[in-house]
Every structure is written in C-alpha cells, then in structure tokens.
Design a protein around this ligand. Structure first.
Ligand code: LER
Ligand code: MN
Length: 306
C-alpha cells in the first residue's frame, strides 16, 4: 500500500467543518538572548525560502510547473505526488541547470512504520531507504514520513513509539550517509492520532539522537493541535527541517481564508534562524496562476512583519 497522503483530499473537504476546533494562537513577545542561542539552528539571517508541491503548481508538465515556480520567486520544489521510487531520473533531468532546487520529497514509499504487521513495517523500512537514496541524489533535505495514518492498523501507542525510535536510528544512519534526512510530520487528529504535535515529533528526534532525523510543522495541522504556532516551532528547535503552509480555514491558497495569519509562526521561525523551506501544500478556489502569486505576496509581507 503506498503511503501517499490518501487522506489529503478528504481533509480538504472536511476542513471547513473542523476549522472551529482551531486552538487560540498565543504570541510570545519575550525570549532571552541565551534561550535564543540555544534554539538557533543555523548561522546567518533567517529568510523565507518558498517551495511548492508538485501537484499544487499549475502546468501540464514538470517543465511548465518549474518554469512557473521560478518565474514567481520560488526557490524550492517539493516532489509530492508519490513516485519517487520510479521518477528520480525524470526529476533529476528536469531540475538540471535551474535556479529552483528540490526542497524535500513528500512520502512516496510503501508500507508504514508502525504497522501491526511485521511485513508492512519491513516494506516501509526497505522503501523509505530507497526513497532516501533518491532524495540524497536529488539534493533534497529529506523524505517526509508519517508513521501511520488513522486508517492504517498499527501497534499500540507505547509499543509504536519504542519501535519507531529504533527504526529511526537505522533510517537516520542511512539518511545521513546519503546526505539527507527522514522528516517526521505530525498531522491533525482527523488524520493521525499517533503523531499530532510538533513537540512530540521533536521529542522522538531527541530520543533517536541522529543527524539523519528531523521533524516538521504543517500550519494546517498545527491549527487544530497546537496552542501556539510560535511555541510549536520553538519546541522543535534544531530538529525543524521543513514547513508546510496552506490557508487556515479550508486548506486552500494562503490568503483565500480570512484567518490566514502566519506572523506568530514566522516569528518562531525567525527566532530559530530557520533557513529551510516553507512549502505550499494546498488547494485553491481560484486559478492558481493568479492565486499563487497573491499567496507569495501575502507570505512575504507577513514574513517582513514577523
Ligand atoms: C497530509 O495531510 C499532509 O499534510 C502531508 O504532508 C502528509 O505527507
Ligand atoms: Mn503536510
């Protein structure tokens, strides 16, 4: 079974209904200099490096999509429609001699890590390792991994966490050898009860203690599970490797919902000196050739305000 974001479209359609569960966003305004130093992930100034998932970008072909993204200020391209195990050569060719680089690979492996069945766990280990080799060759920061979606029969939570930490030690070593990472993605409870909060993903990274394992935050899922966007990112600290972004009411293009405020989260990213990508993972009610440039403008404006 391919772990290919099967619930994504379902979530898009239920988004409006669950939107009201959204947690209140708390703005932290003070943080000491020493705390800041401990949280820093990299040297230099933080910057908003925008990326876009393959299936979000308009265009019939990969070339058309990449041309559009480059022309609209994107510096990252997220391979996110599955197929990394089959399409690595095609991607390599399409990305040659371009300013835009691959940011990360979103899933595309088979099986899932905390499956109740050993064969399914082993299939995940084998195909995630293959995906990591391709991701490394393409220069991607990592491969996004969801340990299990709600509809995938899994081990009990306590056993799942213990097994996951051991699996990630092995996968992390393999990822680091291939100059990339496994990126754990927490999702909201509608999709994945096992891993919902950014801090929880970060605490798994801490226990694994391997450079080849990081985590991410997705503004969409964070809206349902976190009490503060900024707090969530700060809790990930040095483990924060990637960010997904969408509108906050219906998972459309940023700017298409009235409550599309990312400033609190961006403040957290700035405190972390975050220099990895913020990647569009969303639908759009409008023509994407129009809504994507508008979203780029809005995100840049809010980044400056943060
Ligand atoms: C699914 O909702 C999601 O956010 C994806 O990034 C999971 O791979
Ligand atoms: Mn996501």
């Amino acid at each position: 079974m391919e772990n290919n974001r099967r619930n994504f479209l379902k979530t898009l359609s239920i988004g409006g209904a669950v939107a009201t569960i959204g947690a209140s966003l708390t703005s932290f305004t003070t943080i000491s200099a020493s705390e800041k130093t401990n949280l820093n992930t990299s040297k230099g100034n933080p910057s908003l490096r925008l990326s876009c998932q393959e299936n979000v970008a308009p265009g019939e072909t990969l070339t058309e999509k990449l041309d559009f993204l480059e022309a609209n200020g994107f510096v990252g391209f997220e391979q996110g429609c599955g197929g990394i195990l089959q399409r690595s050569g095609e991607l390599q060719k399409a990305l040659q001699n371009r300013k835009i680089k691959i940011s990360v690979v979103c899933a595309g492996f088979e099986g899932y890590l905390i499956a109740d069945k050993k064969e399914t766990r082993e299939l995940a280990m084998k195909t995630i390792k293959e995906a990591l080799v391709h991701a490394g060759e393409l220069g991607a920061l990592g491969v996004i991994v969801v340990p299990a979606f709600n509809n995938q029969p899994s081990l009990p939570f306590v056993e799942s966490r213990a097994i996951l930490v051991e699996q990630l030690k092995e996968l992390g070593e393999h990822a680091a050898k291939n100059k990339t990472k496994v990126i754990l993605e927490p999702l909201n409870r509608e999709e994945a009860w096992f891993l919902r909060m950014v801090a929880d993903a970060a605490s798994i990274c801490r226990d694994v203690n391997n450079d080849g394992v990081g985590c991410m935050g997705d503004f969409w899922h964070m809206k349902f599970e976190e009490t503060s966007d900024m707090g969530a990112f700060l809790s990930a600290g040095k483990y924060l490797t990637h960010v997904h972004v969408a509108s906050r009411g219906k998972r459309r293009m940023p700017g298409e919902d009235a409550q599309d405020i990312y400033i609190d989260g961006f403040k957290g990213l700035k405190y972390l000196n975050y220099n990895n990508f913020v990647s569009l993972e969303c639908g759009s009610t409008d023509d994407k050739k129009i809504s994507i440039p508008k979203a780029v403008k809005l995100l840049n404006e809010q980044w400056l305000k943060a």
